[in-house]
Design a protein around this ligand. Sequence first.
Ligand code: NAD
Ligand code: IPM
Ligand code: MN
Length: 360
Amino acid sequence: MKIYKIAVIAGDGIGPEVVDEGIKVMKKVAELDDRFQFEFTYFPWGCEYYSKYNKMMDEDGLEKLKNFDAIYLGAVGFPGVPDHISLWDLLLRIRKEFDQYVNIRPIKLLNGAPCPLVDGSRDTIDMLFIRENSEGEYAGAGDWLFKGKPEEVVLQTGVFSRKGTERIIRYAFEIASKEEKTLTSISKGNALNYSMVFWDEVFNEVKEEYPDVKTYSYLVDAAAMLMVKDPGRFEVVVTSNLFGDILTDLGAALAGGMGLAAGANINPERSYPSMFEPIHGSAPDIAGKGIANPLAAIWSVSQIFDFLGYEEIGERILKAIEFLVEESAVLTPDLGGIASTAEVGDRVVEILNQNVQQVI
Ligand code: NAD
Ligand code: IPM
Ligand code: MN
């Protein structure tokens, strides 16, 4: 039997609340399947850790994480620690140092999930965002000159390397080709006259290698409008780090809200562990109340199974989430229900259990 080692960084705010439910689901699946077991190691890193030790994670934290099969993360950031410190010293550091350059974010409207569009449907809201996750506007490059003086100038440099741009675009083409989907590139070459002109050039070059893939290119402002007006035209989407961050929150809103939006930070070469997390933050406004929606975190668990090569289990977990949303008996307040975080996790486990009994 295979034993997978999972590093758990529950983090801040609702992070630990939703991660508990994801782990409940992983334990249940392992109990029902004798091919594997999970061994969980918890790392207490985050803003509370910072307030005690003046650091977000241990100095040798990356060394400690290096040999895990996957990292499961809740959320990072909480009032009291400046966001640029908490995020750069933990979440962004892991993404960058472990070269998790692919951020996969499905935007999929499940049956029964609320959609703010009058004509939003399961057929039209079904996109796979491939966000560049290692450079661009998140390169951490910049300068702060003449601080506090009238001539103060601040630079935040977007870094787009050939290697970084080509590899993410090629990754997206591979998925689109394999899944026989269209591929849309979202950029902004009209105003960003270096970075996005380069992005468009690389996209057009790589496109030559994939004559089977139908492609579209949109400017990011128009793309934001089209995601609302005509979401059905997007299937696989590739975009830069910052645009991907913004558009996937918009996408989350189209597909039922932040409580249903999952993400995987992948290092495709598997030289380092990949990291799985809901795309929402620590939600300080509802933290500690036991009402956070754990479905995004549970969806990320489904992505862990896909990554480990058990796609049929990933699919089964997603079906269980959809079944729960559609039956609408056990939902947290963000989806119009009165259930607690733990009750939703318990219901997913129950559904998985019943499914398996039925199959047997
Ligand atoms: P947020 O995603 O935490 O919250 C935005 C809104 O969505 C809030 O009203 C919140 O209650 C709601 N929400 C989010 N997740 C929910 C869930 N699972 N169930 C129900 N409602 C949910 O974004 P924010 O308020 O802008 O950020 C809060 C903190 O989290 C900041 O410190 C920010 O930097 C950090 N953050 C971290 C991550 C991450 O760790 N990946 C992502 C985004 C923001
Ligand atoms: C996300 C988050 C992060 C990002 C923040 C917290 C740095 O918003 O995962 O979407 O911008 O990537
Ligand atoms: Mn975000």
